[in-house]
Design a protein around this ligand. Structure first.
Ligand SMILES: *Cc1c(COP(=O)(O)O)cnc(C)c1O
Length: 405
């Protein structure tokens, strides 16, 4: 019999809610229309479905449905927002400010912008993962057109002070862009309340299907526009061409509606389970550290470092839990996570981190089984580790001269 697999990697993608699947099915075959075909009922039905999905999504984040631009996911939304604003507002300036802990979709878009002649400041964060607002102010120049700061971090769950950042942007007349992929659908997110002008998010992190995402683009006070990064039929108010993914948008819409309905219940349940897991590990093991702010973080995420236990090795001690480790999460490299390094973690703690991200379909039993496997795994690794033994004997590992070959 195969081992029951426990999925605790919901920050990388969530299972699609079966209620979402049900709403999508008719739009693959029975209702095949292209939402841009205005000459027959097939097209009208598809357009109606897209309009409805757009409203469900707009309702979740408290904006007008005209302010939602559909894309293929948050990567595309980040690219469109950053490159599109850089192009659109080039006469105003050429400087963008972002954080070192942003998702690669933001960081790599910024690198491309630098290649195109733009200037980008990659701000460091504090030890708790949060931006220092004074440093943010100091980084602003008269050429700054946009500040891009994520709502919640994908690796640590740390939540940034969105309202305060929005106030700084408003005061200085700078566009505020946010990658809110990890926050939308999980905690209350309303871009207008905090002064965000551009906001990226994606369906597959909130129990919807993969391959569909959105960019919120503020339409009034100020009226924001981004230059399209793909040319074609001028769909989505000219900002993103291409035939819309009708079943995907229907599912995304339903997922948004369900997140709105279930948010309070899900959040309470998942934060209790997260705390249970964390408490269990921290009381039964020595030298376990929480990475990132404990007070300002997502309710379903914990990123823990188990000192002197290599994360990838630890994962190999169990075969029933899907989590992600601080190393090897980007490409095939064994580099420690740049996000954890930006928090100032040493190599040892960055290499020994595991991210647990819970989701709607996790049960208490999942959490108890995961904790058991983790306790066994960490103890096993430490029993075998000469470093741990030296550490326990009180040897100052910093002072040890390791021989090099
Ligand atoms: C997952 C994720 C993305 C990428 O989203 P896709 O829809 O997979 O392209 C971007 N930003 C953050 C913060 C993410 O967690």
């Amino acid at each position: 019999m195969s081992v029951r697999q426990i999925y605790l990697d919901n920050n990388s993608t969530t299972p699609v809610d079966p209620r979402v699947v049900d709403t999508m099915v008719p739009y693959f075959h029975e209702i095949p229309g292209n939402a841009a075909s205005r000459t027959h009922p097939f097209g009208w039905k598809a357009e109606e479905a897209v309009d409805y999905g757009r409203e469900q999504i707009a309702n979740l984040i408290g904006v007008d449905s005209k302010e939602i631009i559909f894309t293929s996911g948050a990567t595309e939304s980040d690219n469109l927002a950053l490159k599109g604003a850089f192009e659109m507002y080039s006469r105003k300036g050429d400087h963008i400010i972002t954080l070192q802990t942003e998702h690669k979709a933001v960081l790599d878009s910024c690198k491309k912008i630098e290649k195109l002649g733009g200037k980008v400041t990659y701000l460091e964060v504090e030890r708790n993962g949060i931006v220092d607002l004074n440093k943010l102010r100091e980084a602003i120049t008269d050429k700054t057109i946009l500040i891009s700061i994520m709502w919640a971090n994908n690796e640590t769950g740390v939540i940034q002070p969105m309202k305060e950042i929005g106030e700084i942007c408003a005061e200085k007349g700078i566009l505020f862009m946010s990658d809110a992929t990890q926050a939308v659908g999980k905690i209350p997110v309303n871009p207008k309340e905090v002064g965000i002008h551009l906001m990226a998010f994606t369906s597959h992190k909130m129990y919807g299907p993969k391959g569909v995402g959105a960019l919120f683009v503020n339409r009034k006070n100020p009226r924001v526009k981004v230059t399209s990064q793909m040319d074609g039929g001028g769909h989505e108010r000219g900002m993103r061409s291409g035939t819309l993914n009708v079943p995907g948008i229907v599912g995304f819409g339903k997922a948004a509606e369900l997140c709105g309905q279930d948010m309070v219940k899900d959040t309470q349940r998942l934060s209790a389970l997260r705390d249970k897991l964390e408490n269990n590990l921290m009381t039964n093991l020595e030298e376990v550290y929480i990475n990132g702010s404990v007070d300002h973080r997502m309710p379903h995420v914990t990123n823990l470092s188990f000192k002197h236990v290599e994360g990838e090795g630890l994962m190999m001690t169990f075969n029933n839990i899907a989590v992600s480790s601080g190393s090897a999460c980007t490409s095939a490299s064994l580099e420690p996570s740049y996000v954890l390094m930006a928090l100032g973690l040493g190599d040892d703690l960055a290499h020994s981190s595991i991210r647990f991200s819970l989701g709607r379909f996790n049960t208490e039993e999942d959490i108890d089984l995961a904790a058991d496997s983790l306790l066994k795994g960490v103890n096993h690794m430490r029993d075998l580790s000469p470093i741990w033994e030296m550490y326990k004997e009180g040897i100052d590992l910093e002072s040890v001269v390791w021989s090099e070959h």
